[in-house]
Design a protein around this ligand. Structure first.
Ligand SMILES: [Zn+2]
Ligand SMILES: [Zn+2]
Length: 303
């Protein structure tokens, strides 16, 4: 049936806003979105424009599941933070219109506004023709914080919420931890660590590593198989954009080296950087951390 037990796949790798350059891009023009899943658990990290294609791909599976089981198809979407480039795709995510779907949204309250309110105000009639309560899927919203984690049990596609001070359910097949990262304007962001069996993949976008690296993030990512890390700027560009909440190539490599990860994916590409410029940045990165590569749309890790 499925040719994987675990799949991680990137659907959006661009930062700030989506691009469609006249000359095209092989690296990808869509903003942040990653799928991580098992055959029965579907989790999406961030809902940038990349989520639109993912939504279309899920339709046949959802319809088939509804028909075979007569029950709702569950999708969990976790947000690193709610800047526009990380949520602009959700009103165009086809499953949100499907009555056979239950979407579990998790994200941070920001500057005092609850997560549900942040999401709902994106689709008020002044901005979008369909309001949150008019989307035909069932929806739940949960504020996240760094003391909780999300896990999945076999035979149950719904996310479970654990507390880091409690011992983890022995039955969990997929667990997702988070931490609050403070250096991203104006209320931080939440990197996630996905664990499946003994494999770990860390999604750390919209983080700005200062000299020496952030030791909390480095220990959060320790020994990860894959670290997806913000690397929006070349060293030269970073001089002009220090403090904007994104890392340079060098800072990302430095974090990867200190965390002793197996592979680094450079992520959140600046929309002003052409494929050619990005390829040059990748070369620079490889001198600093050999197991570096540019994150590209359609990158996948299949186990
Ligand atoms: Zn961003
Ligand atoms: Zn951001």
């Amino acid at each position: 049936m499925n040719d994987y037990q675990f799949l991680a796949k990137l659907y959006g790798v661009r930062g700030s806003y989506p691009i469609a350059p006249m000359e095209g891009t092989k690296i990808g023009g869509n903003t942040a979105c990653m799928l991580v899943r098992t055959p029965e658990h579907v989790v999406i990290l961030d809902a940038g424009s990349g989520i639109i294609r993912l939504g279309k791909e899920l339709i046949p599976e959802i319809l088939n599941y509804n028909k075979e089981t007569g029950s709702l198809f569950h999708i969990t979407i976790l947000f690193t933070h709610t800047h526009t480039d990380h949520l602009l795709g959700f009103p165009f995510f086809a499953p949100i219109y499907m009555p056979g779907v239950h979407i579990h949204f998790f994200g941070p309250a920001t500057l005092g506004m609850p997560f549900k309110e942040i999401m709902s105000t994106q689709v008020i009639p002044q901005y979008f023709p369909v309001s949150m309560d008019e989307f035909r899927s069932k929806k739940s919203f949960q504020n996240i914080d760094e003391n909780m984690y999300i896990y999945f049990n076999p035979g149950n596609p719904e996310p479970q919420i654990g507390h880091v001070f409690e011992s983890e359910s022995a039955f969990s097949v997929l667990s997702i931890y988070n931490m609050k990262y403070y250096f991203h304007p104006k209320d931080g962001s939440y990197p996630y660590r996905v664990e499946w069996q003994d494999k770990k993949i860390v999604f750390a976008t919209d983080v700005e590593e200062y000299a020496g690296g952030d030791q909390r993030l480095i220990s959060f990512a320790r020994n990860a198989d894959v670290l997806i890390h913000d690397a929006q700027y070349s060293e030269e560009q970073y001089k002009r954009f220090a403090g904007y909440g994104h890392s340079s190539i060098k800072a990302a490599c430095d974090a990867a080296r200190q965390a002793e990860v197996k592979q680094l994916l450079l992520y959140h590409h600046d929309p002003n950087n052409s494929d050619q410029v990005l390829k040059e940045m990748e070369k620079e990165a490889r001198k600093l951390f050999p197991a570096s590569e540019l994150a590209t749309e359609n990158w996948e890790w299949r186990l």
